[in-house]
Design a protein around this ligand. Structure first.
Ligand code: ZN
Length: 177
């Protein structure tokens, strides 16, 4: 009973905030109803502290964002989402944005579970740099074009720039590699 009422409270809070958002953004919402043309795609972590639109001061229609734990483009759903941004929306820039104190990277450091695909993937980057938040981004920059023909083709044709960056939770600064 008390659990239900706390969930009700959470949903009520979301609805209140959502109504405010809808009224404050009516003009922009209408502008983008029929399509989007973002120039930038961002692959970043699902971490609640890493919010690309906030970090880069962007808004509706500005960024095509894919978020997955550890910002690892590995499975077909993540790759297909990024391919949509590159092949269909024709973004100019794709950023793989890692971050300090990433829980997925820390879990990969602690775990020896070779059957966890995500953690194994992150662990494979550890030889690339002593800073594993960085090494993970370096590996994914290398692996993404190898895993996607659409993306490697766009890069080779000069239509897409793929860059890596690290968001620093401590001070909010993004350092591009
Ligand atoms: Zn993370």
């Amino acid at each position: 009973m008390s659990e239900n009422s706390s969930i009700d409270q959470l949903i009520q809070d979301l609805q209140t905030s959502n109504k405010r958002y809808a009224s404050e953004n009516q003009g922009t919402l209408e502008k983008f109803v029929n399509g989007q043309k973002p120039k930038i795609a961002v692959l970043t972590c699902s971490d609640s502290r890493v919010i690309p639109e906030f970090i880069f001061g962007k808004s509706i229609g500005d960024l095509f964002v894919v978020r997955v734990a550890g910002n690892v483009p590995m499975d077909t759903t993540v790759l297909s989402s990024l391919e949509y941004a590159v092949g269909h929306l024709k973004v100019d820039l794709l950023i793989i944005l890692g971050h300090t104190n990433c829980g997925a990277v820390c879990a990969a450091e602690k775990s020896t579970d070779e059957y966890n695909e995500l953690l194994s993937e992150i662990r494979q980057s550890f030889t690339l740099d002593n800073n594993h938040f960085l090494s993970n981004v370096i590996r994914q920059l290398d692996m993404l074009p190898k895993r996607s023909n659409v993306i490697s083709k766009a890069i080779n044709e000069g239509k897409l720039h793929l860059v890596g960056a690290i968001y620093h939770l401590e001070d909010g600064i993004v350092k591009f590699l």
